[in-house]
Design a protein around this ligand. Structure first.
Ligand SMILES: [Mg+2]
Length: 300
């Protein structure tokens, strides 16, 4: 019997790059022996709804779009008992997780990985019991700029632009007093940025979450940046972010499978690069090995 593949794509992502590639991408799937159903997303959360409704009929779900589209596909897949393997063809402007999976900017090459690559287990995050994330939940300086930048501006400027905006705004950025409780400790301070991530690259930065990121170890990397107390500390923070070598007392790094973050003031969060609501309490859990995604990873 033919293997069945559902191909879900966001036609608007990444300057609508997929328009010229659709024929070649579908041809890759057919050559790999799949019967293909294509579905163009119509609105936000459509991908998730489509999978929750029809996903069970497929052996594989391949999605194309930005990390937000991948988030929707994973969230939809999490609702299924028998989870199809997921393939990903990044087309967004940042695509942090695509980099972690060793995927290509060339969409046809990534389509080949989706059907001929190697499935890897990936942990999935649960955010306040009602949302999932694939690789990052974050708040603060860079995230604000990221989701406040409209999609068309992101397409034009690329992620470098909002990173530069973020760095420019560091000295004046709002800090939030927060209590952070994780498996092996707790701390309280004023933070300008924080992320819980399972990715080598976040916000376009590589290395900020620490080294030896493992996608299926049941652990997240926690990275919190304290409000700089002096110009020297500000410089050390910026250097750490740009170089990926954390050499600043103002940056907290740790690993944990669960975390609770509380604040008096509501804090805006982003989940896989999309707006995730304002919260005074955030509880995050790691669902170990919850899904399988096709990757092109060099053996470490
Ligand atoms: Mg991990």
């Amino acid at each position: 019997m033919d293997k069945k593949l559902l191909f879900i794509y966001n036609a608007k992502s990444g300057k609508a790059k997929i328009r010229n590639k659709l024929v070649d991408i579908i041809d890759v799937f057919i050559k790999a022996g799949y019967r293909v159903e294509s579905y163009q997303t119509q609105c936000p959360m459509d991908a998730s709804a489509k999978i929750a409704k029809d996903g069970v009929d497929f052996d594989m779900i391949v999605c194309s779009g930005g990390d937000g589209t991948l988030n929707e596909v994973v969230s939809g897949t999490m609702k299924l008992e028998n989870k199809p393997i997921i393939g990903y063809i990044p087309s967004g402007s940042t695509n942090d997780f695509g980099k972690t999976l060793g995927l290509y900017k060339d969409m046809v090459k990534s389509a080949k990985v989706a059907v001929n690559g190697r499935p890897v287990s990936v942990d999935v995050g649960e955010f306040n019991g009602n949302k999932n994330f694939v690789y990052i939940a974050a708040f603060g300086v860079f995230t604000d700029v990221s989701y406040q930048t409209p999609q068309n501006m992101k397409n034009i400027l690329g992620h470098q632009a909002y990173i530069i905006e973020g760095i420019k705004s560091l000295p004046s950025i709002k800090a939030y007093r927060m209590k952070v409780e994780y498996e092996n400790g707790r701390f309280e301070d004023e933070f300008i940025y924080g992320m819980i991530s399972n990715s080598e690259s976040a916000g376009g930065f590589k290395g900020i979450s620490g080294k030896n990121v493992i996608l299926d170890d049941g652990l997240y990397e926690g990275t919190f940046i304290r409000k700089p107390r002096s110009p020297i500390e500000l410089t050390s923070i910026i250097n750490s972010i740009i170089s990926g070598n954390i050499k600043s007392d103002a940056i907290y790094n740790f690993k944990t499978s669960k975390i609770k973050i509380t604040s008096k003031e509501p804090v805006s969060w982003t989940i896989d690069g999309e707006f995730g609501g304002e919260h005074t309490e955030v509880n995050i859990l790691n669902h170990m090995n919850a899904i399988q995604i096709m990757a092109h990873l060099h053996k470490k």
